[in-house]
Design a protein around this ligand. Sequence first.
Ligand code: NDP
Ligand code: ZN
Length: 368
Amino acid sequence: TTDSVPDKFQGFASDKKENWNKPKLVSYDRKQINPHDVVLENEVCGLCYSDIHTLQSNWGGYNRDDLVVGHEIVGKVIAIGEKVTEFKIGQRVGIGAASSACRECNRCKSNNEQYCPKAASTYNGIDVRSNNYVTQGGYSSHSIADEQFVFPIPDDLPSAYAAPLMCAGITVFSPLLRNLGSDAKGKTVGIIGIGGLGHLALQLAKALGAKVVAFSRTSSKKDQALKLGADEFIATNEEKDWSSKYHDTFDFILNCASGVDGLNLQDYLSVLKVDKKFISVGLPPATEQFGVSPFTFLKHGASFGSSLLGSKVEVLEMLKLAAKHNVKPWIEEIPISEENCSKALNRCHDGDVRYRFVFTEFDKAFAK
Ligand code: NDP
Ligand code: ZN
């Protein structure tokens, strides 16, 4: 039953964009528990650059003035709605960047539930199936999500290492799988932006069997990128004419950068093989745009697109592949507190993390 779930949850919240890096401990009314919902006591949560974009209002405003972000959540199931069959109390599970959808539309029924027009983001989203509750993220004591957006965590994967897979991992895995298939031997893939998403993309593309080329703005991450699985490394700000050497090379390019300055789309389109795609999962502030001429597409028959998170089926496939090939995020664990939320948000904003912060020690931060 759900009687044991507290009516109020606790979390680290910001009230407005000026305070994006100063979350304060607050308590707030929780969402209603629907028949397919799973309630977690949170154990760890990763810090995704989307948290910063949202807190800084780079994509739009706050939908509440006690906004808690965080969407790489792992915790323990403490209650389930009456229709949940997949999960048991006490089980360790994860939640990513979406927390519910309609369960009925074509997309929900064809393993594209993340694209459901009624899908709710894990934080700052409107949950239309819960009285338009404005959702709250995982820098918090508890989370609630529909079971379609809850993922079982393999026993031998520690929670802090599982967390970044819930958003960063699946966001890069879905487009890699959809564009390369599950056997990418003989294919060459480019990964742009070696951060939280990018460092997992290098590993997952390698695990699929591809030859992998890392693109980073400077050479500072070269040795680490090679260790993560890159076969080659290009520092785009230091080798300005790199594209002339790579004509007709790439079967797929995945952009994981959180901004667009210094990212020359013409160069990337010009190194694709014919009929191939450049997909951007990286999302800059809403005001920033790519500049590209139609002729650049024309000369390579190139396509350009985007990709949002991944489906539950893909999450399960990713977890299997990760276990088989020992794909693991490189993390910096940091006990959750007001001071450490501030520190980690500032450092991630400044690009000072190798490669993912994961907040821990939730039991000490939140009073029972
Ligand atoms: P990180 O900060 O960990 O990594 C981003 C990387 O992008 C940096 O390491 C850097 O790589 C590069 N970069 C940073 N600033 C710029 C800039 N101004 N111009 C060009 N490159 C830049 O972020 P995350 O990996 O957590 O997130 C990456 C992006 O993905 C964010 O925009 C996030 O919002 C988005 N995202 C999208 C999702 C989706 O479903 N589509 C889901 C989750 C996140 P280097 O130093 O190697 O150049
Ligand atoms: Zn994310």
